[in-house]
Design a protein around this ligand. Structure first.
Ligand SMILES: Nc1ncnc2c1ncn2[C@@H]1O[C@H](COP(=O)(O)OP(=O)(O)OP(=O)(O)O)[C@@H](O)[C@H]1O
Ligand SMILES: [Mg+2]
Length: 372
């Protein structure tokens, strides 16, 4: 199998983190060495994996606690932006002294956690480190909620843009001993306004930070290119997670178009929280209704009985509607794409057992993707 990376994308709250964990669990059940890198997981999921708080280093999920015997294993990590940034600085920051200059800068911590695109960029960095380690057959990458699908894929370029030499020059060069001495008239004005706004001393410190980071630029670019190549390669598949809700489907559809445009390999849709078709055991006939308890007024009992009798039909109508919507989703994506469904559970996914239920539903996905 050449598949090494699965990236779960989708709009906010559709179940990306849960799906990544469930897919990872299912792959581990199939005997693979798997890591799931989650981003800011719902706290209960982190707790429910049975390993306490997740951190930047992989922790083994105790699958044996729910009676699972497998030759594979599942490790979980949560992206720690600061720790990953520190690793990047240590790797690309040049001499020990140069690295320390960056790590000690007052703006480093702020920049390393707040820069737009930093989250996504660091997720990809960490993914690449796990990939390079060779410790895993398969790595699942959960992605942060995006306002728009485009944001995740374009984040590395945006961050690279920030470290682009143009910005570097503008902020850190040219400087004289007396402070900024911009070459271009335009930037001279901007710099002088900024100096007035935030103070010349602060500007100097920020400029010092960018100046220190400049040495990392080549490393940044090289690493970005490697991550980009991996994400476009045959070793990667993007899984688009959605719910049957129109807004989520629309975004999944847009994401599928974007993947095609940017030549990223599309693995298939996971439609989460689907209403299952009602089984025969869900239907109730009027003859099966118990007699009205004395405490319940006749009118109330009548309404409740009618609702109960109609429940299965309603569920059928909902499920029919969703099936139609899902067929449309596939059709719009070219007809031959894969689509897997995960039912809505009665409660949130809050322990290994409920995650295992979802994992089972995703067995066809792991099987199909495993043939890549
Ligand atoms: N099939 C399901 N049945 C029941 N609950 C579910 C199901 N899938 C997800 N959930 C619950 O929905 C909530 C949101 O799921 P999750 O955190 O995985 O979404 P997300 O897409 O990662 O969200 P965000 O965009 O905020 O990162 C969680 O509480 C989770 O337990
Ligand atoms: Mg999430």
């Amino acid at each position: 199998m050449s598949l090494r990376v699965l990236v779960c994308c989708g709009s906010g709250g559709v179940g990306k983190t849960t799906t990544s964990a469930a897919l990872a669990m299912q792959a581990a059940l199939c005997g693979q060495r798997v890591a799931v890198l989650t981003i800011d997981p719902a706290k209960r999921l982190a707790d429910s994996l049975g390993i306490g708080p997740l951190s930047n280093t992989p922790q083994r999920v105790p699958l044996q606690h729910i009676g699972i015997e497998t030759s594979g294993h599942l490790d979980a990590l949560m992206l720690d932006m600061k720790a990953t940034w520190d690793g990047v600085v240590r790797r690309f920051g040049g001499s020990h002294q140069a690295q320390q200059r960056i790590l000690d800068n007052r703006y480093y911590e702020l920049a390393s956690t707040r820069l737009a695109g930093s989250h996504e960029y660091m997720a990809m960095q960490r993914l690449y480190e796990l990939y390079e380690s060779g410790d895993y057959d398969l790595i699942l990458l959960d992605t942060p909620p995006t306002r728009h699908a485009m944001e995740f894929l374009s984040a590395p370029q945006r961050l690279n843009g920030l470290f682009d030499e143009g910005v570097m020059h503008w902020l850190s060069l040219p400087r004289s001993k007396r402070g900024f001495k911009a070459l271009e008239r335009g930037s001279e004005v901007v710099v002088s306004v900024l100096k007035k706004l935030i103070g010349a001393g602060t500007m100097e410190e920020i400029a010092e930070f960018f100046d220190a980071m400049k040495g990392m630029w080549a490393g940044f670019q090289e690493r970005s290119a490697a991550v980009d190549a991996l994400l476009a390669s045959d070793e990667t598949r993007f899984v688009l997670v959605t719910t049957p809700a129109p807004a989520a489907r629309k975004e999944a559809q847009e994401f599928a178009d974007l993947l095609a445009e940017t030549q990223r390999p599309f693995g298939g849709f996971v439609v989460n929280r689907v209403v299952p078709f009602p089984g025969p055991q869900t239907r109730i006939t009027p003859a099966q209704l118990p007699p009205r308890p004395d405490a319940v007024p006749e009118e109330t009992w009548r309404a409740a009985s009618l609702a109960l009798l109609a429940a299965a039909d309603r569920q059928q109508t909902l499920a029919d509607g969703e099936a139609k919507a899902m067929a449309q989703l596939r059709e719009q994506a070219g007809g031959s794409v894969s689509l897997w469904t995960v039912p809505e559970l009665e409660a949130d996914v809050h322990d290994l057992r409920s995650l295992a239920i979802l994992a089972k539903h995703l067995a066809p996905a792991i099987q199909e993707l495993g043939q890549i």
